[in-house]
Design a protein around this ligand. Sequence first.
Ligand code: GLN
Length: 498
Amino acid sequence: MTALHDLSVAALAAELRAKRVSAVETAQHFLARAAQHTARLGAPAAGASNGAFVALNEDATLAQARAADARLAAGTAGRLEGVPIAHKDIFVTRDFPTTAGSKMLSNYRSPFDATVVARLASEGMVTLGKLNCDEFAMGSGNENSAWSAVRNPWDASRIPGGSSGGSAAAVAARLTPAATGTDTGGSIRQPASFCGITGIKPTYGRASRYGMIAYASSLDQAGPMARSAEDCALLLSALCGPDPDRDSTSLDVPAEDFSRDLQRPIQGLRIGIPAEFFGDGLAADVRGPIEAALQALVDQGAVLVPLRLPRTELAIPVYYILAPAEASSNLSRFDGVKFGHRTKNPADLIDMYKKTRAEGFGDEVKRRIMIGTYVLSHGYYDAYYLQAQKIRRMIASDFQQAFTQCDVIAGPVAPTVAWKIGEKSDDPVANYLADIFTLPASLAGLPGLSLPCGLGAGGMPVGLQLIGNYLSEARLLNVAHQYQTATDWHTRQPGATA
Ligand code: GLN
């Protein structure tokens, strides 16, 4: 039989249902692999570890697996019964610590599970552990984690992307068949692209934000990361759905079967090609695979429609005003009283706040709190925050205009392949600029998908981005699956798997 870690979510679920393997055996197999790839707080990833996992709890995982086996035996199994998943450490979990990649939460344990975690568990999924990420999901390379940086399984000297870098690295290295991620400005799509896996950020509001530690609430969305569109469709069907009592921004649309359109031919599909996504900033080694992927879609019957998204470049300043503004408000709760870290021996209450936050937050988080506080302050609010809100609205309108001409939009996920660890760590703006192609869909609240479509410089994966109109996830997954039926990029593996 194929090794368990080489099976897709769909295939593994079938093996478990047919009782050819038990959930406990499956969990043990993956736990043994995950244990070799853990990160330590504040230390470089040691030895051959890629630093993807920040928390394991073998007892809890095996207890979940035994419960899954009992349901399989009793005939009461969920659709994904016994299939392991690992969660980005931004989702709160009862059975595992939750740190959000921050010293601020180094000793935090949630009394409840995030809705997304609970939904996946109610389909029978077994939690393997928690995955490294940029601190409070702020970053593009996973270098802003208070744990170690994460190494890209394709080249250990490179970043895996961020902020869901641990999720992408763990799936690519086959330490887990599936992971959750969150995407505020690209954090599912960009690491998926950099690690050669598939990930989808659904329409804003599709997935509940309850128990997902807040970064920028008007942008934050959860989504699945796995090796194929077929697997992402299964996972997305499980994790989405309204959560009216707990997240008032969750959409009042019923959960869907996102696998329903996978087999649909893409004959006649109109793919919008925004000129702004193919400008000088796009590296030649990324452009090549993207153009080849578009040609492959044309060969399957799609039609390319050139169009404009004229405010693409403005997405960077707009996002880097709005996201920090929201973050400065969201992170005010970390004050040493309610959650996590508290400084020792403060002189008085104000001193306690100051020292707690100075000790608990990393540099990038502090930078964003300062930017956010500045753009929201009296006299600057109109000039920055309000102006950015107006341009955000225009960016959303540009997409609506584009979707009168096409069914989906395609382009690169990022301007380059994954860069070297340390290469941009002293240059926050260089990190921000690399987000140019993922930010527009985030600001508009649109669904976006990243799928592997080739290899660029250094043999590093390149991702194709598909952006759809609101609630068109099934279509995006359909297009991605059709591409993955005709090509094998999503089956390529990094050399450096354990
Ligand atoms: N790189 C972007 C940022 O640093 C996006 C992060 C995210 O989507 N969580 O904010």
